[in-house]
Design a protein around this ligand. Structure first.
Ligand code: ADP
Ligand code: MG
Length: 386
């Protein structure tokens, strides 16, 4: 799950990471009076969307007076934003954060990522912050520092000190920096994150060290041990994805027009590949789970049919512990309940497949059966094009 900047900063605050004073977060429909602009300013008004590069896209604005801050915040709410990280999609700004602005002396890049090669978290840092780290990695890879960290022990003192030397942290901020770097690793480990990024970490004109941006991505598979995270709204999932999640179905929306219903994530991936090879595009990745009983199959049909892009449905189910005749009975019953008006292609394989196919054939349902995944994919692609 990706956290918004202010949600990430709430986490940082719990770990004592130094931040600028917050003046408030407003949502669409909120009164602008919710903002506490009693300080002397200036302020920075920041669009809360799940993408970086907001600065260049008009999502970070400086305000010199309280009136200006209020006006900018009002204008930013509801604004559509495209940044270099949104893959051409526009995001609506539903929340705006207003922080006190600081006088920036130096910008530093620092993040903790999961380094799969090292099998450990790693700090990635560069004395040149503020700019895109991807760009820097490309043009000046030698300017990027990597420090692998032991997840159990955390960042060790000598590692934190070496990093501070490598980043040319001034004497005055040295201890603040080493504390900060250790806390950042702690945020990463404690929250089961896959990314914790501060870009930029700033040394202000009056020599304070401050994290002025935050990006945290946590691992959904660890949500069960983070009740606070699980309760947080998922800003990224579509309505269909949220509904599927609530009933225990793993669904990810895609751009194509063939709705897929498959049991098991591996088989679902293979189905997407096969549809692509047959010249089509799947509308979704959908794993009904191990059970694949009438209830789950009915719910899965309902979820697939909510997507207006879907022109044909491909059911690809392997009967292992669940036998094919039970699954076929489930498909028949479910398709009666939800009334599928578009072409339905079913491929069953596994235990008691003969009996399963017979049930489908005798059901009177308008569906096409296939003996292999390849045949099923071809039939589905042809049906979607009709
Ligand atoms: P993004 O990474 O999405 O572009 P940032 O939060 O990093 O957004 O902000 C972009 C730039 O705006 C920063 O590099 C910094 O120069 C400026 N900025 C952001 N927050 C503040 C702040 N509190 N005070 C002063 N400048 C800021
Ligand atoms: Mg940033």
């Amino acid at each position: 799950m990706k956290l918004l900047e202010y949600e990430g900063k709430d986490v940082f605050a719990r770990y004592g990471i130094p931040l600028q004073k917050r003046c408030g977060v407003i949502k669409i429909g909120d009164s602008l009076d919710k903002l506490d602009l009693s300080g002397k300013g200036p302020w920075v008004v920041k669009a809360q969307v799940l993408a970086g590069g907001r600065g260049k896209a008009g999502g970070v604005k400086l305000a010199k007076t309280a009136a200006e801050a209020r006006e900018l915040a009002g204008k930013m709410l509801g604004m559509k934003m495209i940044t270099h990280q949104t893959q051409g999609k526009s995001l609506t700004v539903e929340e705006v954060l207003v922080d006190e602005a600081c006088d920036i002396g130096r910008e530093i890049y620092i993040s903790v990522v999961l380094d799969r090669k090292a099998g450990a978290p790693s700090i990635i840092a560069s004395a040149e912050g503020g700019m895109s780290i991807e760009e820097l990695a490309h043009t000046h890879p030698e300017k990027i520092i990597r420090v692998p960290v032991d997840a159990e022990a955390g960042l060790l003192d000598y590692q934190a000190r070496q990093l501070a030397f490598d980043l040319n942290i001034p004497k005055k901020n040295f201890c603040d920096f080493t504390d900060f770097a250790k806390s950042l690793v702690k945020v990463f480990v404690d929250n089961d994150a896959s990314l914790v990024e501060v870009n930029p970490l700033v040394i202000t004109g009056d020599e304070r060290l401050i994290a002025i941006d935050s990006k945290i991505v946590t691992d959904d598979n660890a949500l069960f041990r983070h009740k606070d995270q699980a309760a947080r709204p998922d800003h990224e999932a579509s309505e269909i994805e949220k509904e599927a999640k609530a009933i225990g179905i793993n669904h990810i929306g895609l751009d194509g027009d063939i709705g897929c219903m498959v049991n098991g994530a591996g088989l679902a991936m293979a189905t997407l590949d096969t549809v692509k090879m047959a010249g089509g595009d799947a509308a979704n990745f959908l794993d009904v789970g191990g059970g694949a009983n009438v209830d789950q199959v009915t719910k899965a049909f309902q979820i697939i049919l909510k997507d207006p892009k879907v022109k044909a449905i491909l059911v690809n189910i392997f009967g292992g512990i669940m036998k094919c005749d039970n699954i076929a009975a489930g498909v028949v019953e479910a398709s009666k309940k939800v009334q599928i008006k578009m072409p339905l292609i079913v491929r069953l394989e596994g235990t008691r497949v003969k009996e399963g196919k017979e049930i489908l054939a005798k059901s009177g349902l308008k569906l096409e059966q296939a003996d292999s995944l390849w045949e099923a994919a071809q039939k589905a692609v042809a049906a979607a094009k009709r």
